[in-house]
Design a protein around this ligand. Structure first.
Ligand code: FAD
Length: 289
């Protein structure tokens, strides 16, 4: 359980971090909270020759509201930073709530937003709520920066569109027309358990009618998926229990889960049906994003 040898860098600027990632190529890995990477290194699943710690990049540790635009969440914010953020409590409590459902207190104190996304684990808890809220990720590399929609970031388990020399610098959640959003997760324990299924929704409801909806499913395909048929079905309908139940049935047809040690594909599919209905009901009734 000892860590293998590696060269260690802790640059003070994003530009320097990207330069190091470019210089050392596939030999180098970014280290943020280390809750995933250090475990893998100790278990000999990962042995980077160069570790580039981003711990000194203070500018990536902020959660700020940009007036008239949206909320910017720095990639180095920990999950507990999200849980405790006054900005998120006021504007996007569903994001703070998703972070609260993650892991345990120790991991929430170290694990970061950037690490949760970059890992590209299908069961990760933050991507679905970010997708439901139409969030984007700012990627910075040696050639400059670019913005990628969260739903386009993931290409497979452990895979993203990020280049070797790119970092996630921040996540941006735009101001919403949505009137409610929510993320609920089913894990095998109340704490410290990965999602067997995670469902995030955002809805715009006026006078009981659903004007717009976004639904994102986690842990039921190779990447987080948007349930677009479900979204289309919901638009223009009254937010009755029957309609939301039907939306759950449609969402269960939009996932492609696998059977693994945590659950069978059939069980996951049925959880999507139930949790989509529940998440929609909560988002419609509570009326805050
Ligand atoms: C006991 C336990 C329970 C857990 N429970 C959950 C859970 O319930 N839900 C869940 O979603 N996850 C869970 N995890 C997984 C993990 O803790 C989280 O995904 C965490 O957010 C990873 O962040 P980190 O900062 O620790 O990443 P690190 O371990 O530092 O890095 C993870 C990966 O991301 C890359 N990376 C990190 N930051 C960046 C960046 N800014 N730009 C580019 N690449 C980057 C690293 O190179 C590495 O490949 C759990 C882990 C443990 C150990």
């Amino acid at each position: 359980m000892y860590l293998p040898d590696f060269e260690y860098y802790a640059p003070d600027s994003i530009a320097e971090a990207c330069q190091l990632l470019s210089q050392f190529g596939a030999k180098a890995k970014v280290l943020a909270g280390g809750t995933d990477m250090v475990v893998k290194m100790k278990n000999e699943l990962l042995a980077p020759e160069v570790v580039v710690s981003v711990k000194n990049l203070e500018q990536l540790k902020k959660i700020e509201y940009v007036a008239g635009k949206g909320v910017c969440v720095g990639a180095l914010c920990t999950h507990n930073d999200l849980v405790k953020s006054d900005v998120l409590k006021e504007r996007y409590p569903s994001v703070a709530n998703a972070a609260r459902q993650m892991a345990n207190n120790q991991v929430r104190n170290r694990g970061t937003v950037g690490g949760n996304i970059s890992n590209a684990v299908p069961s990760a808890d933050l991507p679905p709520i970010f997708i439901a809220l139409n969030a984007t990720a700012k990627l910075v590399g040696t050639k400059g920066e670019r913005t990628v929609a969260m739903e386009d970031l993931f290409t497979g388990p452990g895979k993203t569109v990020m280049a070797q020399d790119e970092l996630i610098a921040e996540v941006f959640i735009p101001d919403q027309k949505m009137t409610g959003s929510n993320y609920i997760k089913f894990g095998l324990r109340k704490s410290g358990a990965l999602a067997v299924v995670g469902v995030a929704v955002a809805v715009q409801v006026e006078n009981g009618v659903i004007k717009d909806a976004r639904v994102a499913l986690g842990a039921v395909a190779a990447t987080p998926v948007r349930a677009k048929k479900t979204e289309e079905f919901l638009k223009g309908k009254n937010a009755t229990d029957d309609v939301l139940a039907e939306a759950g049935v449609i969402a269960s047809g939009e996932c492609k889960p696998i059977s693994d040690i945590r659950a069978s594909a059939e069980y996951r599919t049925d959880l999507v049906r139930i949790f989509t209905k529940r998440a929609l009901r909560k988002a419609v009734d509570e009326g805050h994003v």
